[in-house]
Each structure stands twice: as C-alpha cells, then as structure tokens.
Design a protein around this ligand. Structure first.
Ligand code: GCV
Length: 704
C-alpha cells in the first residue's frame, strides 16, 4: 500500500551566516543544503500528493519528519499535497522480503514514468527509520538520485537505561536533572519528550528504561504507572517501548508482604498482579530491568535463592503479556574474597540454560565497571544457552564526566570486535550480542544514558556523539565508528571537509588519550572515591576493599599491576583457552591490557625498550599532549562553527587539559612513591606534593 508521496525539490540555496545554536537540535538540524553541494541536490520543482490511506500515528510522524527535514534542507515549505511528478518521495507499507519487521528499503524507482524515491517497509516503524536514513543521506551530502538501500537492525532491543531517580536527580548524570518530570506527569507531558523520542528513533533506539536500577518500589505504584503510561503514549509512535527498573523487595514495600522470596507463592502472585496492572495501562510495556544482590540492592539471594529463581519468577509474570526481564550480571561482593573481576562469571556461568526464554542477562562490557579500558567481559561467549545482552555506559562516569571530550565509539568498537573464540576464531562479542553466534533471537544492547535537562541534552556538544554512536552500533554492532563519527560531525556541525577530517581524527584518538592520562597500560579503577571525579590512586580503606584504588593497582616497591594469570587470581581461566592463554602470556598480551593481567617489576621492559616506570610516565604525558592537540585543532575550527557552541567546547577543552595534567601529576607522584626511580629525561616533576594531591576533596561533584 503506497501511502504518501512527497515531491522532493532541493533548491539551490546559499547557506546563511551561521546563527547562534545551543545544541538542542542534536544531529537533526536540517540546515539548508549549501550552494556548493549541487549535483545530486540540484533544484527540482516540489509537488506533493496526499496520503491515500489513513495514517497510523507512526506514519504520521514519519510524514511530519520528512516534511520538517525537507523543509529545512530545501529552505522552503514542503508539505504532503496532491500532485505527481519527478522527484516524488513515496512512503510505502507492504511486505518486504528479506527485511525484519523494523527494516526498511529505500529505492529509486520509475513510478508512472516518474523518478520516485520509495521508502518502503513491512511495518510503519520501518518507514520512520527509512525517513530518518533518507534525511541523513541528504544531511551528510550523499547521492540520493540512484538509491538501493536495504537495512534491518541486527539487535532486537536497542535500549537506553536511565539511571534517573524519581526526584529528578540522576545517578552518574552530568547533564542537568532528569528529563522525566515525574511530579508533573501525567497531567503535563513536556514537549521535550517528543524531541527525545524523535532523536532516539532517528538512531533506531526502540526501548527506554525510565528509572534507576537502584530502584524505588514507588515506581511500581498506581500513580507512577500512570505517569509511565503518559510517557509510553508519547513515545509509542516513535517505536519506543518503556520499561521499568523493578526493586526486588517491592512485594514487601508496596505489597504488604513479609517477604520477597521468589519461591513464595504470594510473592509470585504479587508480581503477576503487578504485571497485569501495568499491562492494563501500558499494553506494550517492555518489561523489567533488575539489579539484584548487587551493591546492596535486594535480591533472591537474601532468601537463599538464586538469580534463576528471581529472574524466572518475574519472567513468568510478564511473559503472558509478551514482556521480558532483563537481569543484570553486575554482581560482586566484598565478603567474597575472590578477585572482583571474576565474580560475575562465577555466579552466572553455572546457570547457563536455566533462564526462561524471555530473560536476558545484561552484562557490562568489562568485568569491573565501565573503566576507560577493560578487556571484554568473560561471560560473552560463555553462556551459549542464554540470552546475553550488552550494557555499555554512555554517561562518562569514569571518563571525565561531560567536560572531557572523549568519543566512545572506539571503546564500544574495541569490545564488540574482541574475539571470544567461543566457537573458534571470529566468535566476536558483536556476534554474541546480535545473537548470530548461538542462534539467539532475543538480543539486547543497552546504554546507560547521558541525557538530562541541559539544553544540549548530554552536558556537552561532543557527548551527543556518544548517544548517537551507541544507537548506530545497537542497530549494527559491526558498524565502523569512524564513519559514524563523520556522519555525526557533518549533521551536528558542518559538511565542510576542512572541519570534518580534523574533527573526526580528533574524536577517534580522544578515548585513547583519556586512557593514557587516567589509567595507562591496563591500570584501572584509580579515580576519586565515590564521586569518581579526578585521580585517587591512593584511595584505600573504607567500607569495601573492592571500592578502593589500591585493590586494583597493587603498587608496591616490587612493582605494579593485578596478577590475574594462573599464578594470581586466575581470571584468565574464565576466557576461552586460547584467549586466556594469550592474556596470561607476557609475550602475547597486548600492552594496553598489561597491568590488568600482570603484576610486573618497575624495571620490566616494555616493547618500546622503556622500563615499566619510564613507559608509564611517558604514557600519562602522551595523554596530556593529545589534549593539547585537541585544543589546537578546535581553535582552528572557529570559522566553521557557530560562536556559542565553539566557545563551549573551547572552555571544556581547557578544563580537560587542566584535569588531564592533574591526573598525570597526581598519578606520577603516587606511583613514584613506590617506584622510587627518577623521572625519564624531559618529564617534569609534579608541581605539588603527594600530600597536596591527596588532600583535595570534592564533596559537591555531580552524579551522586
Ligand atoms: C547504578 C557503578 C556505579 C553506580 C551504579 C552501578 C551499577 O558502581 O558507580 O552508580 O549504580 O555501577 O551499574 O549498578
């Protein structure tokens, strides 16, 4: 059924002088195509045909987005109306062989002898995704005259996880308050919710968990279900389902029960009734996300039960409605003497094959906690009979918050392209996540959101790129993150190659720079206590050893690093034999992971010929130098960027430069107190004493 035709006329326009922008429009700015980009965008007359069938809400927003996008790009109003001529765009919902329900096809066809761009999909949501792709092609100045594109998402549930609290604070949030205004909902739905949905749909995100995994039971009470329903109604046309984090002890807190034991029939009945109640109000509710028996959260182990007992009980409650339970594998206990990095695998691996079909185990990318660099989590590839989802962090808790320019594409890509070797070579994490390795259909990629009430949404202009690249990778975990950065930079700023090339280069190296100035050579968890701001390699003592830095770096007069080889914690044994053997072998392990797996003497020789101590110090310095380079690059970008956004990025880079230097100096001062070796030639001594660095406190750091 062809539903709509819009004639595309891209007029030749001269780009107006850059106007003040604040980043609110994200990558959906739809600025007029500049005169220099003629060729495929040569002017054509616009003619418009009305929809021939009743529009669904999703088709309506697809048409509205196409009108809005083309109007901006063409520079004159484009509306659906009667008419048929060359340059027409048709939206079509009809069965499409070889595409999934959410996939789309964009083809240039002759329809009634006229050159027509047909955006077709089996379901209306595919049409919306196709519209966004089509607009992206124009925004990034790719040819649109002879199109033959087909695309389906490789991952089924592409989700944001908001760590947003009901009072609008955001755990690990660095971009203002929560965008979910629970107090005024459901009476008032902020129009920003529509822009949130548009932005997410434009990158294929189809689910959002509205509340923090450190959950309150209140979110499951009738008033809050009504609030969530109002959001669900707003997001539905954009193909986005809502999910809630469920507090495992809710049967006690809001159900009047004495227990939350998952094997107690009254508890199971509570959850069944709760699910029925939610689905009555939100018929397409996605399901529950659960953090259980982790960092003090309640869970089945409180009753001597297992993760399987807890997850399956909830799965049985939502299953009849088509809901899922996403159960996190982020578990570790300080009472357990074993290496924290081993605990998730140790607890979950034995349960492989025991979870219900509608349960997904959500695993963080690495075994500790979203560090600047971690080897991939050993559970990937280790649970072939279970649905295993990926959890990345988009908000940069350990990567400088929103004031450090760190493009996370390379971090995500590095993990997704890691080879688990679960079924021999080529068993990448991406293939576990997209389900193809073990033929799994219920697949998940989740990102802990970096979105807040700041006008620029993400706290900084460049952190928008992390939201964007997350969505694109959730659609295709094997996509190239340099190409994605280029798309983002073009749409967010300008297509001018004098801007795109240096900025994309700068973005691509920014994560490695952060690794270098924070935790080089495989170091990890060296940040300030609790708020995780700035360096804190001296953090020791307190309530839990596994929340200290000294637990992870194990610095001493003899050397540095955590021995996870068979002579140490033997975490390497949790990987496929070939992978684990390589990590454990100093001749094979990549130096980027060196101190994650090995404890080495300060005089250990790196591949460069430097000693470990000298190499470490140089790495910190390299990271700082890279930020210097980013400042220089960005300064030269002034002609291509509107002044407000340019100024904001400039300010933030200055903050980043100072903090990178601080990380370097404080870390060198601390580790130097163990190595007792001189600094390599040309390296400056830290300007403050170690005691001065240690004395710095930040009680008002954001995000806690
Ligand atoms: C939501 C880390 C963070 C916590 C977070 C936790 C988790 O420990 O510091 O703020 O809590 O991860 O992922 O559950």
């Amino acid at each position: 059924m062809r539903l709509l035709a819009i004639a595309l006329g891209l007029a030749l326009l001269v780009a107006p002088a850059a106007r003040a922008e604040d980043g609110y429009d994200l990558w959906l700015r739809y600025k007029p195509v500049e005169a220099a980009a003629k060729g495929p965008y040569a002017a054509r007359a616009a003619a418009i045909a009305p929809a021939r069938a009743a529009e669904t809400p999703t088709l309506k927003v697809a048409r509205a987005e196409l009108e809005r996008g083309l109007t901006g790009l063409v520079g004159k109003p484009i509306r659906a109306a009667a008419g048929s001529r060359d340059g027409v765009i048709q939206l079509s919902v009809a069965p499409q062989a070889g595409l999934s329900d959410e996939g789309y096809r964009i083809r240039t066809e002759a329809v009634n002898g006229k050159t027509t761009t047909v955006i077709a999909a089996s379901k209306d949501i595919g049409v919306l995704y196709g519209v966004f792709r089509y607009l992206e092609l124009i925004q990034t100045r790719q040819p649109v005259d002879k199109l033959d594109i087909a695309s389906s998402p490789k991952v089924k549930l592409r989700m944001l996880n908001h760590w947003d609290n009901l009072n609008r604070t955001v755990e690990r949030g660095y971009s203002g308050q929560s965008i979910f205004d629970w107090w005024r909902l459901p009476g008032h739905v902020d129009p920003r919710m529509v822009d949130y949905a548009r932005a997410n749909a434009s990158i294929g995100i189809n689910g959002t968990v509205l509340n923090n995994v450190n959950a309150k039971a209140d979110s499951l009470t009738p008033p809050f279900i009504a609030k969530a329903a109002a959001l669900a109604d707003t997001f539905r046309p954009y193909g986005i389902k809502v999910y809630l984090s469920a507090r495992f002890s809710a049967p006690i807190e809001i159900g009047g029960l004495k227990t939350a034991d998952p094997l107690d029939p009254a508890v199971a009945a509570f959850w069944k009734a709760k699910a029925d109640e939610i689905y009555k109000t939100i018929p397409d509710f996605g399901g529950f996300l659960v953090k259980a028996n982790s960092e003090g959260q309640p869970g089945p182990q409180d009753y001597g039960r297992t993760h399987v007992d807890g997850a399956n009980m909830l799965a049985d409650a939502v299953g009849p409605h088509g809901g899922v339970v996403i159960w996190r594998a982020f578990v570790y206990s300080h009472e357990q003497p074993d290496d924290r990095a081993k605990q998730g695998y140790s607890e979950f691996k034995p349960f492989d094959g025991q979870f219900r079909d509608n349960v997904v185990i959500q695993v963080k990318n690495g075994a500790i906690d979203f560090q600047p660099r971690e080897p991939f989590h050993p559970l990937f590839g280790a649970m072939p009979k279970s649905n295993l989802g990926m959890e990345f962090q988009i908000t940069k808790e350990y990567l400088g918050f929103s004031t450090h320019l760190v493009y996370l594409g390379p971090l995500y890509e590095e993990t997704l392209r890691s080879d688990t070797q679960a079924h021999g070579k080529g068993s990448t994490v991406a293939k576990v996540v997209d389900g193809s390795l073990d033929g799994r259909k219920l697949t998940v990629m989740a990102g802990v959101a970096n979105i807040g009430t700041d006008r620029n949404w993400s706290g900084s202009q460049f952190d928008q790129a992390n939201w964007y690249v997350f969505g694109r990778l959730a659609w295709d975990p094997e996509a190239d993150t340099r190409a994605i950065a280029a798309d983002w930079a073009k749409m967010t700023f300008t297509n001018d190659p004098r801007f795109v090339k240096p900025v994309v280069d700068m973005m691509m190296g920014s994560r490695e720079a952060a690794v270098d100035y924070m935790t080089p050579l495989g170091l990890h968890h060296q940040m300030g206590r609790s708020h995780h701001y700035g360096p804190g390699p001296w953090v020791a003592g307190g309530e839990r050893a596994d929340w200290t830095s000294v637990y992870y770096a194990k610095a001493g007069p003899d050397g540095l690093g955590f021995d996870r080889t068979p002579s140490g914690s033997n975490a390497t044994a949790q990987y496929a034999p070939a992978v684990g053997a390589c990590y454990a072998d100093l001749k094979c392990v990549d130096e980027k992971d060196l101190l994650w797996f090995h404890h080495l003497s300060w005089d250990y020789r790196l591949k460069s010929g430097d000693t470990l101590w000298n190499g470490l110090v140089k790495r910190y310095g390299q990271g700082v130098k890279y930020v210097d380079g980013m400042e220089t690059t960005w300064a030269a970008m002034a002609p291509y960027v509107d002044a407000p956004r340019h100024a904001e990025v400039t300010d933030y880079l200055k903050i980043q430069r100072d903090e990178a230097q601080w990380w370097r100096d404080a870390s060198v001062a601390w580790f130097g107190s163990f190595s007792k070796r001189p600094l390599p030639p040309g390296e400056k001594a830290p300007p403050k004493t170690l005691q001065e660095y240690e004395a710095m406190t930040f009680p008002w750091a954001p995000g806690i």
